[in-house]
Design a protein around this ligand. Structure first.
Ligand code: SAM
Length: 408
């Protein structure tokens, strides 16, 4: 909470008007109003405010970004270690969430470590509406986002839904926040599928893509999650739905992508196919239908693995006790291998039963999870703790943290 905000809260708690305060503190009312709107308070005003409201002057100074000399000393002499030194020496401020809850400014100098509050957000399921919680995450702080939001009001009765006609308006402020917290070379994978309304597919996903592009996202690719084991059924005007979209967005043309991490075995076909190569196989064979595509089969000689396609064949989660819409761990796992490295930070703003976090734990990535429903948050935490106990004991793997409930 900054000084301006603190002053407003203090005034409200004592039910004292700005006019009255200006009289009591003997400060110009216009000046006090400017301070309440974000202008930097003088040292004297901080002192007078602390005395008048009987609160800690040191705490108010911190809120105003005016650090005591000992803290300034640490920040300027030990910028790299500043965050951990200050956490230890100022445990009480940190515990109150005052010191590291936002960018720390000291005469224009912002230490890199002080900009990110690892302890508060990292490897936690933050409970709340993601729109609100996201606004508290530092800018450009996550490497990758993967999520499966409620598909409009598909699952009314198990968790809140949004009617299809309001879906885009509901989601856009969230994607705006996601844009803010994602690092410039990061990616966002959105697992979503439009529902059927009145006998036809609604267009909210297509509308959303267009509006996100207008918001500044690049729609790089659409992966298809083919649900290998979907339930049989009959519909008079369509067949059973066996796929969902995984939309890949980025913020700029160049983004981080590690294609080798998701290569697949070539398969047995190559043994017979590559045994006797024809002349055509030795050179680039352009498509006879002028499609512009071509291939040189000989390129695959001696190779064990090939790049996959954009269709992912994965079974849906059958053992999803406690949550009605889980995706399989293999889904976020595939994408986080493709778009992140070990130690990176992965965000899922609709964490549900914690599937993305489990994938992160198993693959040495940090996660930031948000979930509105306390029952699902608890379910997610239980799954994460189990996943941690199943990790092979490797001292070089990322530190095992015990989850503590966190409310925002
Ligand atoms: C499709 S489910 C996600 C399932 C998840 N991928 C899993 O494997 O368990 C969507 C989740 O978003 C949560 N949710 C809905 N609205 C939310 C909001 N505004 N903020 C945070 N979570 C929300 C729901 O409670 C639900 O658990």
């Amino acid at each position: 909470m900054d000084f301006a905000h603190q002053l407003r809260v203090l005034r409200k708690s004592k039910q004292i008007s700005l006019r009255e305060l200006s009289k009591r503190l003997r400060y110009d009312r216009a000046y006090l109003s400017r301070v309440e709107n974000g202008a930097s308070p003088s040292d004297e005003l901080i002192k007078a405010t602390a005395t008048f409201f009987r609160v800690s002057e040191r705490k108010l100074r911190l809120a105003a970004g005016k650090f005591p000399k000992d803290i300034l000393n640490i920040l300027s002499h030990y910028p790299t270690e500043a965050a951990s030194i200050l956490r230890e020496s100022l445990g009480v401020y940190h515990a109150n969430g005052d010191l590291f809850s936002g960018p720390v400014e000291t005469n224009g100098y912002v230490p890199r470590h002080a900009q990110r509050d690892d302890n508060k957000f990292l490897n936690r399921i933050l409970q709340g509406d993601c729109l609100h919680v996201l606004s508290q995450l530092p800018a450009a702080s996550v490497d990758f986002i993967v999520t499966s939001p409620p598909y409009a009001d598909n699952r009314r009765g198990t968790y809140e839904g949004v009617p299809p006609e309001r879906y885009v308006a509901w989601f856009l402020p969230i994607t705006q926040q996601l844009k803010r917290v994602l690092k410039p070379r990061g990616s966002f994978v959105l697992n979503i599928k439009e529902r059927v309304v009145n006998g036809e597919r609604h267009t909210y996903v297509l509308d959303l893509i267009l509006r996100m592009r207008a918001q500044g996202w690049r729609w790089v690719e659409e992966y298809i999650w083919h649900k290998k084991n979907c339930y049989p059924g009959y519909w008079p005007n369509r067949f059973r739905d066996a796929w969902e979209r995984c939309l890949h967005f980025s913020l700029q043309k160049e983004f981080r992508m590690f294609q080798d991490a998701v290569m697949v075995p070539m398969g047995d076909w190559r043994v017979s196919r590559l045994r006797n190569l024809s002349d055509t196989d030795q050179r680039r064979d352009n498509s006879r239908v002028q499609s512009g595509f071509g291939k040189r089969i000989a390129n695959w000689l001696g190779r064990e693995k090939a790049y996959p396609t954009n269709v992912l064949h994965m079974a849906t989660e059958c053992a999803n006790r406690g949550h009605s819409a889980t995706f399989p761990v293999a889904l976020p796992e595939w994408f986080l291998k493709l778009f992140t490295k070990s130690g990176d930070v992965v965000l899922d703003p609709f964490m549900g039963s914690g599937t993305t976090a489990v994938a992160c734990v198993r693959n040495g990535r940090h996660f930031v999870g948000i979930e509105i429903n306390p029952t699902y948050r608890k379910l997610a935490e239980d799954r994460i703790n189990i996943a941690r106990t199943q990790l092979p004991t490797d001292p070089h793997r990322h530190a095992t943290l015990t989850l503590q409930p966190q409310k925002i």
